[in-house]
Ligand binder design. Structure first.
Ligand SMILES: [Zn+2]
Ligand SMILES: [Zn+2]
Length: 390
């Protein structure tokens, strides 16, 4: 059960806020987090941690030991920014035009660094902590890159945790749940090939536009007609392009979309159904239809014990709530949870009535939650790696 250690971190906050705003002003895209990684590595060395750089390209791991226990825990933060033009007007707004910390990873990096500082001075635990700073969470699978580079062989973890700031929850609220918490994200790209020709003689060419519109309708029936109503899934067609003139039937049309699921079986069913729809529409319209189907992030699934542990610990530092539903967005921490038991946690960051969602050009990480984040990381470590006699 969670300890009630004193987690006073107020003296760290001024420096942490300055660090967060510096990272915010100098954002870097996926796998280009060179300066950010250098700043993180330097800060970890300054407090005496063993530091390993270049894991999964730009990833950094800092290791801290105390006592004699062989037990280990990993804490992960993501470091990358998004290709968005920032519109916050903040004094510490991005100096790198078109690159922006619109998902709050600047805050995640800062909170994990704060926890490293706090734990390095208190050493109120028995075992090993690996502070994992990963690149490229935004669609480029930096977590997978670190794992393929031997993350968990080089830095074995009995348990791994990560959290994400969550604008839908009030600041100070901490939520997670056993089982699925974030969706699997698949993307598909469909090529419809007709022949192309004069629009006045449509009988001389298969109509790729008509086939594409048929596909949009049919694809939208998959979740409602092919998936059990008790299961949860989303399929959205998000892009359609083809054609150049009012009197030309185009030779090809392209469609793009995404599928979100929590259960690998449902994911399989949807992919099969999409392929069947394509085959059927191709036959019916005389077009050649091909698909590129890419499962880029699996569902993020918390281990029951890890989620319950996180909720118990969270109750000692904030308002802990069991999240009633998973989110339909996705997260590459999913790969770490496939390799290691752990949980993904939402840290409320809402400010009063203001609600700016993640990935919005006016989003900004709420510095008021840094203390809660540092305390939560610290408490997870102290509780998972208790000292003798605790
Ligand atoms: Zn994001
Ligand atoms: Zn994010």
């Amino acid at each position: 059960m969670a300890n009630s250690h004193d987690h006073d971190v107020d003296d760290l906050l001024e420096e942490l806020i300055a660090f967060r705003r510096d990272i915010h002003a100098h954002p870097e895209l996926a796998f280009k987090e060179v300066d950010t990684a250098n700043k993180v590595a330097q800060s970890l060395r300054d407090i005496g941690l063993e530091v390993t750089t270049g894991i999964g390209k730009t990833g950094v791991v800092g290791t801290l030991k105390a006592g004699n226990s062989s037990r280990t825990i990993g804490l992960r933060a993501d470091m990358d920014a998004l290709p968005i033009v920032e519109q916050t007007g903040l004094p510490y707004a991005s100096c790198n035009h078109g690159v922006f910390h619109g998902c709050g990873h600047d805050g995640h990096t800062t909170m994990l660094l704060g926890a490293a500082r706090n734990l390095a001075r208190s050493k109120n635990f028995d075992g090993t902590v690996h502070f994992i700073f990963q690149p490229a969470e935004e669609g480029e699978a930096g977590a997978k890159a670190m794992i393929e580079d031997g993350l968990f062989e080089r830095f074995p973890c009995d348990r791994v945790y990560a959290f994400h700031n969550w604008p839908d929850l009030p600041a100070g609220t901490i939520a997670t749940r056993p089982g699925p918490i974030m969706a699997a994200a698949d993307k598909f790209s469909i090529q419809v090939k007709g022949k192309g020709g004069h629009a006045a003689v449509p009988h001389q060419t298969p109509d790729a536009i008509l086939a594409a519109s048929e596909l949009v309708s049919q694809l939208n029936t998959i979740v409602s007609r092919r998936i059990a109503p008790t299961s949860t899934a989303v399929l959205s067609v998000t892009q359609i392009s083809g054609g150049s003139s009012h009197n030309v039937l185009p030779g090809s049309v392209e469609l793009t979309g995404t599928v979100r699921t929590f259960d690998p079986q449902v994911q399989d069913q949807i992919e099969v159904a999409i392929r069947q729809v394509i085959e059927g529409v191709g036959i019916a319209t005389g077009t050649q239809i091909s698909i590129d189907y890419n499962r880029y992030y699996p569902a993020t699934i918390n281990a029951d014990a890890a989620a319950q542990h996180a909720l118990a610990v969270a109750a000692t530092v904030g308002d802990a709530v069991e999240a009633p539903q998973p989110a339909f967005t996705s997260e590459d921490f999913a790969f770490m949870l496939q390799a290691c038991e752990g949980a993904y946690i939402w840290l409320g960051q809402g400010k009063g009535g203001e609600h700016i969602p993640l990935h919005h050009p006016e989003f900004d990480f709420n510095d008021e939650i840094i203390a809660t984040g540092v305390k939560l990381h610290t408490a997870l470590v102290e509780d998972f790696l208790p000292q003798q006699g605790d």
